[in-house]
Design a protein around this ligand. Structure first.
Ligand SMILES: Nc1nc2c(ncn2[C@@H]2O[C@H](COP(=O)(O)OP(=O)(O)O)[C@@H](O)[C@H]2O)c(=O)[nH]1
Ligand SMILES: [Mg+2]
Length: 193
């Protein structure tokens, strides 16, 4: 099985001038603040503290890049943080527009919490990716919070909300590492196409 070792933090970008230029394929991670993006990156890279995990949703709007050897992971700034000002939301939207306008991300892992499913922001994000023809995979995070049966039901209803098949959704847990193999298989597939 393909495994990621020696992943390293590269840099953070606060604006498009700071986006990295690379020949390596870039896989981006998006989702609400607190959905588990950093934890997901740590799980995938087998590193405990590569990406900073925090209980309090951060306010910093940065794209964090991680070198994973033959590809790059880009941790996108989270959205949906209630107490963010309108001005900050606009800043976030511009950063995302700039990021995706460069057409550098060959795939996006769009994370949503398995307990709550996608909200309007998540669906809007997926809509944006769909309309801009950016391939993406839905990752349902924090699966350890649900029983097996609940997980199956939840994945089904998340698939309905996104209008995709349940088989297209990967349920993961950064805590139990559930779903890691499927994610690695997906990455392998992305890199080989
Ligand atoms: N139980 C559980 N908690 C998780 C999981 N992933 C993340 N968390 C918790 O959710 C909070 C936010 O995680 P983080 O990775 O920083 O989310 P981010 O804001 O999207 O980067 C932290 O308290 C994590 O410990 C998971 O798979 N299971
Ligand atoms: Mg984070």
């Amino acid at each position: 099985m393909f495994n990621i070792t020696n992943a390293e933090f590269i840099t953070s970008a606060a604006c498009k001038e700071q986006f990295i230029q690379t020949d390596k394929p870039v896989i981006a991670i998006c989702g609400k603040s607190n959905v588990g993006k950093s934890s997901f990156i740590n799980m995938v890279t087998n590193r405990k503290k590569l990406a900073k995990v925090s209980k309090d949703p951060g306010r910093t709007r940065l794209v964090n890049y991680f070198d994973c050897g033959n590809f790059i992971l880009a941790d996108l700034p989270g959205y949906g943080y209630a107490s963010v000002s309108k001005q900050e939301k606009l800043k976030w939207a511009r950063l995302m527009e700039d990021f995706f306008a460069e057409k550098r991300a060959c795939h996006v892992f769009a994370l949503c919490d398995i307990r709550h499913g996608p909200n309007a922001d998540d669906l809007q994000m997926a809509d944006y990716l769909y309309h801009n023809i950016i391939p993406f995979t839905i990752i349902a995070t924090k699966a350890d919070k649900l029983s097996r049966a609940q997980t199956g039901r939840s994945v089904q209803s998340i698939a309905t909300a996104y209008k995709c098949g349940a088989g297209d959704i990967i349920a993961t847990s950064a805590q139990t590492r559930q779903g890691l193999e499927k994610v690695l298989e997906k990455i392998e597939l992305i890199l080989n196409t």
